[in-house]
Structure formats: structure tokens, C-alpha cells
Design a protein around this ligand. Structure first.
Ligand code: SF4
Length: 456
């Protein structure tokens, strides 16, 4: 049987390829191969696909193969008409998509993945396009984070909804669609399978996860609800995968996208790092997913430096009392300690930076400014991310219980860029702009010792 995997378009006001790869879909691809499927992939978001570049102008790479996605302006969904910004579709052109579908020809099933819930218009348009091409005769199986998070919403696409994250449930699920028996033996797929990168022709970088799950329970995050406990892939296998695909694609940049890579690091991450060093891999490594400052040790920093890590993002989020209220994963003193260790081992302000969240419920502007100052004083960078109430998180539940959200909002208006334009319980767009302005000043070395009381 033939299966086509599709990484769908993103439709939003902005989108940036900060090392985005459809890892879940690639694991599905590897699993389907085990079940005997012949598997094809169309990744509409692969900026490094030479064929995509023939149909649309792809902006040049910025740092370490990240960059802007190609885009076209499209009509805003009606529900967003009040937002004074252009709405765009990011990714490959329709001409490219159609050509690839024709090349691949008939398939028995199409698998479409999803990530952020508020990006659903792009997933829906991708599915409409596939329907137009295949008609109703080919089953479309829809999975990924949005589908898991909001299955009843995703069902409106009339696709087959795979709302689990455990791939061993796929054989039974497919069996019910095709009225056929697929062998249902449980495999430790996370250990034995590599994400199916061999389905690509060109890649700019490689993304891996070495663990599943997170033991922390931050109130704004849903990661800890997706996996039951934590799973670790054997370090040697992780490095085997890296070596195999680096050799195939000749890439220089390798990204770890784990939610909690530093947990149990003596037996896991440190072993991976030692293996990388021992094998002499001359690569740039990146950790863009907000690692845990409290879990960084001198050994972690020393090994990361030797292995050539170029991007280390620390999850900081806020200063002030919300640090404890939101789950207590990090406090100022943890960030200070981690920054000092990383600086001691030679990491620069460009290489180490902290994520600071803007507009967490109950957050004061002073909390954001203080957090920026802590980073600046410790000689690390920072970037501001706007809060989005992810459906199903503790924060979202509390906002619904307090009547600050109805719980029935269209997911697109929960987009963090949209929220300040309508949500009266958080920071408004002027205040957000002001804080971004202050951030620029702090980065330039100004505004270090004063907090503007107007914002407190
Ligand atoms: S924010 Fe990070 S530490 Fe907190 S639950 Fe999510 S993944 Fe875990």
C-alpha cells in the first residue's frame, strides 16, 4: 500500500523557520514502513527543497539555516478582520504541491500533521487542496498536536482523526479504516526507529528528539500532558541517527528539540555529548526549546562547549511571583547560576539567551523588565515571546473558570499576536509594543538600573 505524508501550510500574520521539522509525521512515516507501506512525503514547509525554490522565491538563510518562509498574502479569516495586519500563507506554492501530487500518483492514504492549534486554517486549506486532487476516494488521516488538542474541532474537516500520540495504536486505527488486519505487535518505536528523513531530497538542517515528555508542570504549557512519564532513547542510537543523516544530507546544523533534555543528564544528555565528542563530529548543535536552567551543571556546560553548541535557549519566562505560581521550574537565582556557568565555559551573549514570556495572566510589566535586566546583567541574550492560552492548560482552565475566556473562542483569536488586540484581561498592544521597545533599549545597554514606574 502507498501512503503520502503531508506537512501542511502555515497561515498566520508571521512565521519563521526556527528549525521547524515535522518530527511526529516522520516517525509516523518510519512506523508505516514497518507496517509494509511504501511512503512518500510532501513537506510544504521545507525552505531548503530545491524544487520549491523553482516555484516561489525563498528568502535567504539567516543564522544557522533558519530564515523566513516564502509567503503569499491571502484573505484574512473573517474572525480576524479586526487585526490591522496582513495575513499570509507560508510555505510552498500550489503549483509545486500539485506537481508533486501528480508525480506521486495514486496513493491509498494521506497523512496530514498539525502543530499549533491557531494555525488550523493552513491545515484545513491543505486538506481542501488534497480533496480537490484526490476527491473523496482516498482517506485522509489527520493527526498532530492540534488534532490531539481539539479533536472535535479537527473533525470538521471530515478526515479520519488520529488523536493519540502512541504510534502502536496506528495498526488498529488503520485496520478499522481499511478493514484489513495490520500486524499489531507493540514495538519500542522511539528506541528503534529513526525519524524518516530518508524521504527528503534536500535538507538544510536536522532536528532530533532524544526524550519524550517532561516532568515539570508549568501552568501555561501542555507538554507534560502529552506523554505519560518520560522516555529516553539510548544515547548511542541518538548519535548513530545523527551520523547517518548528516552523512546523507551533508548538513552542518543539528538541533535537539526535546522538552526536557537535561533530565537525568548524567545518564542521558552527557552521554550523548561524550559520544559526539568521541566520534569527532564537526557540527553546530542547537538547543532552541528552552532548556532547564536549574539542571545545568559545570559538566553540562563543558561538554556542550566541546561538542560545539551554538544556540542555547534557557526557559526563563518571567521574573516575580509568577515564577512559583506557574510551576516553579526556574527562579532568578537558577538563571543567574546557569548563565554564570555557561559564560565561564566560554559561551557568548549571542549563543546563550533566555525566553521571556510577555502577557502571562497576572504578569506585571515590571516582571518582564526585571527578567530582561537579569539577563542583561548576566551577559546573556533574551527574546520575548507573547503568551497564548493553550487550550487544556491550567492557565486556560483558570481563565475559563474566572470568566476571562469563554472556552469557546475560535482558536485563531487565541494566537499570541492577536490576543492583545481584543483580550481585555491582559496587556494591550500598546503596552506590548512599549515593552518590546524597552527590550531593545536594554539590549543596547540602556535602561538598566531603572524601572519605569508607569508600567509597574
Ligand atoms: S514549559 Fe517546559 S518545563 Fe514547563 S511543562 Fe512545558 S516543557 Fe516542561
Amino acid at each position: 500500500m502507498k501512503a503520502l505524508l503531508v506537512n501542511p501550510w502555515i497561515e498566520d500574520f508571521a512565521a519563521y523557520d526556527f528549525w521547524l521539522k515535522p518530527l511526529g509525521l516522520l516517525y509516523v512515516g518510519a512506523y508505516l514502513k514497518q507496517l509494509g507501506f511504501e511512503v512518500f512525503l510532501i513537506d510544504l514547509m521545507n525552505r531548503h527543497d530545491e524544487e520549491i525554490k523553482r516555484y516561489i522565491d525563498v528568502p535567504k538563510d539567516k543564522f544557522f539555516k533558519t530564515g523566513k518562509f516564502p509567503s503569499i498574502k491571502i484573505k484574512k479569516p473573517d474572525v480576524l478582520s479586526f487585526v490591522p495586519r496582513n495575513f499570509k500563507r507560508y510555505g510552498a506554492s500550489e503549483e509545486f504541491f500539485e506537481k508533486k501530487l501528480k508525480e506521486i500518483g495514486n496513493v491509498d492514504a494521506v497523512f496530514v500533521t498539525s502543530t499549533l492549534t491557531y494555525w488550523y486554517p493552513g491545515y484545513w486549506d491543505t486538506i481542501r487542496f488534497l480533496r480537490k486532487f484526490y476527491g473523496e476516494k482516498v482517506p485522509i488521516i489527520f493527526g498532530g498536536f492540534y488534532v490531539r488538542n481539539l479533536p472535535s474541532h479537527a473533525k470538521q474537516t471530515n478526515t479520519f482523526i488520529f488523536s493519540g500520540s502512541e504510534l502502536n495504536k496506528l495498526p488498529k486505527f488503520l485496520g478499522s479504516i481499511f478493514e484489513k488486519n495490520f500486524e499489531t505487535k507493540d514495538i519500542n518505536w522511539f528506541e528503534i526507529l529513526d525519524p524518516a528523513y530518508d524521504l527528503y531530497n534536500n535538507l538544510g538542517y536536522l532536528v532530533f528528539i532524544t526524550t519524550l515528555g517532561c516532568p515539570f508542570k508549568c501552568s501555561y504549557c501542555i507538554a507534560h500532558r502529552i506523554w505519560n512519564g518520560m522516555r529516553f532513547r539510548t544515547p548511542r542510537k541518538v548519535v548513530d541517527s545523527i551520523e547517518k543523516y548528516v552523512e546523507k544530507f551533508k548538513v552542518k546544523d543539528v538541533i535537539f528539540f526535546d522538552d526536557a533534555i537535561l533530565v537525568n543528564s548524567k545518564k542521558h544528555f552527557h552521554v550523548i555529548l561524550k559520544e559526539i565528542i568521541m566520534r569527532g563530529l564537526k557540527l553546530n548543535f542547537h538547543l532552541p526549546n528552552g532548556i532547564h536552567a536549574r539542571l545545568i551543571t559545570e559538566e553540562t556546560a563543558e561538554l556542550m562547549k566541546e561538542a560545539n553548541f551554538k544556540t542555547i535557549k534557557l526557559g526563563y519566562e518571567t521574573s516575580g511571583e509568577l515564577q512559583i505560581k506557574t510551576g516553579g521550574k526556574v527562579q532568578d537565582k537558577d538563571l543567574v547560576r546557569a548563565s554564570r556557568i555557561l559564560r565561564k565555559y566560554g559561551f557568548t551573549e549571542n549563543e546563550v539567551s533566555a525566553y521571556i514570556m510577555l502577557n502571562i495572566p497576572g504578569q506585571k510589566p515590571r516582571d518582564v523588565i526585571e527578567a530582561m535586566k537579569v539577563c542583561k546583567n548576566e551577559g546573556i541574550g533574551f527574546s520575548l515571546n507573547e503568551f497564548t492560552p493553550i487550550i487544556g492548560t491550567d492557565d486556560w482552565i483558570e481563565l475559563v473558570n474566572n470568566g476571562k475566556l469563554t472556552g469557546r473562542e475560535d482558536p485563531v483569536i487565541l494566537n499570541n499576536t492577536v490576543l492583545p488586540f481584543w483580550w481585555k484581561y491582559g496587556m494591550n498592544s500598546n503596552l506590548i509594543q512599549e515593552l518590546k521597545h524597552i527590550a531593545r533599549k536594554i539590549k543596547e545597554g540602556e535602561f538598566i538600573d531603572t524601572v519605569n514606574e508607569d508600567f509597574s
